[in-house]
Design a protein around this ligand. Sequence first.
Ligand SMILES: C[S@@+](CC[C@H](N)C(=O)[O-])C[C@H]1O[C@@H](n2cnc3c(N)ncnc32)[C@H](O)[C@@H]1O
Length: 235
Amino acid sequence: MGPVPLPGEGGRAPAVRAMFDRIAPTYDLLNRVMTLRVDQLWRRKMIRALELRSGQVLLDLCAGTMDVAAEARRRVPGLRVIGADFSLPMLARGAGKTGLPAAQADALALPFGGARFDAATVAFGMRNLDSLARGLSELARVIRPGGKLGVLEFFRSESAGSRLVHGAYNRLALPVLGRVLSPDPEAYRYLVESMERFASRPEFEEACRQAGFSAVRGQTLFPGVCGLVLATRQA
Ligand SMILES: C[S@@+](CC[C@H](N)C(=O)[O-])C[C@H]1O[C@@H](n2cnc3c(N)ncnc32)[C@H](O)[C@@H]1O
């Protein structure tokens, strides 16, 4: 098993998918420990910001173990939520945990008709895609005009100070946690290096505009680590 290719290296999907298949059993635990449960606050913040309403339909893409889908359903009773992901082991845990519908699907070729959703969320999924532009254009296709997109991501840090702090945590703490909690240290090398190779938040916001989103707003949730981007599908 070689290293999982990083953003920009192309043709990564099979290796990325196999990696998530392998880490599915320990994914939730490691997430909580690595972020001291702050990851759940970030998901909650994204759901609140989207101002979803009962009766609307939300696609949670790259849903993994479906924590975002579960949070949305908890916050907005009557919301219809579907999770989609290309890793069956991740999705099976999510569907089992939440009881919500789930579809195995590739974010670059979604099996949904156009303008099918009132909103879509992607938490920590975009940086895994082979093509950011293709992923965003698929999202723009399936979200109805005026519908919302929410993205949480570990964007590449642009500030030297936070890159330093982030780099120290990534290189010192993460590998230890990865080794203790996961049978797959390669996955945690990938996690760290893919953050450092992905788009910065301003670059990602520009890609959203190029894909047909307007009112693109970004905010830093944890300096140098996690950002939230909200956007509206152009009418
Ligand atoms: C880091 S996990 C995030 C899971 C979840 N959204 C969360 O908040 O914890 C990234 C997920 O993206 C999925 N993924 C990566 N590339 C994908 C693609 N091309 N199509 C569908 N899912 C993909 C992986 O299988 C994985 O479950």
